[in-house]
Design a protein around this ligand. Sequence first.
Ligand code: PEP
Length: 248
Amino acid sequence: MRNLTFAANWKMHTGPEDARTFLASFLAASPPKAGRDLWFFPSAVAIEAVATAVQGRADIRVGAQDVHWEPKGAFTGATSIPLARAAGATGALVGHSERRHVFGETDAETAKKVRALLAADATPMLCVGEKLEQREAGETDAVCARQLTAALTGLSAEELARVIIAYEPVWAIGTGKNATPTDAAAAHRAIRGTLAALGLKGRATILYGGSVNAGNIQALLAEKELDGALVGGASLDAKGWAGIVAAG
Ligand code: PEP
């Protein structure tokens, strides 16, 4: 049986106090399960609260939603990897579609963040995915391959094995319109091909993200290509999230 990973992206929601309340309810409803890892990506101000609340749960890790590649300096508003680590984070999302398409993050910046996280012994969760017009033009696999190649070229096999991939079609994020399990699986297969060409040995962990909820998680995970899910909106309710992470 494959391991499953479930990651909650809280975006710009849930401050420290709400995080503590959420986790009191979630942890009681969601005991550890063998072969299952959980990640929380709270806003930077709530990383410490989440990390403190999940102490003693080896199956749960906390990450930043974004990091700067420089360890320190005059970068107002940014979070460095050492600062995120000091708050309790052991990884970060990289290249989330909202960073790419709302804030204009480039492939080159994404590559620097992946390298900086690996150098700091932290886990990058690299997000890739196509926009609607790219899917309609049949460019899904080419877009993912370009984003993966830009972010990961030159990494050793050992470094590649430490990167978690999230396939997140942009048109599915926050829209209530998820990719079909078949389409998600096809994209995951193509991503595995690109990762192998880049030098990965063994099986990557590839999560699907985009309007995952309690109603569609079972059908998505029935596709063995999917190693879990990265979830935004449906991760904001403690009981609902506990139900999702029990799936599969
Ligand atoms: C996300 O933010 O990564 C995401 C997948 O959001 P949602 O689940 O709300 O579509």
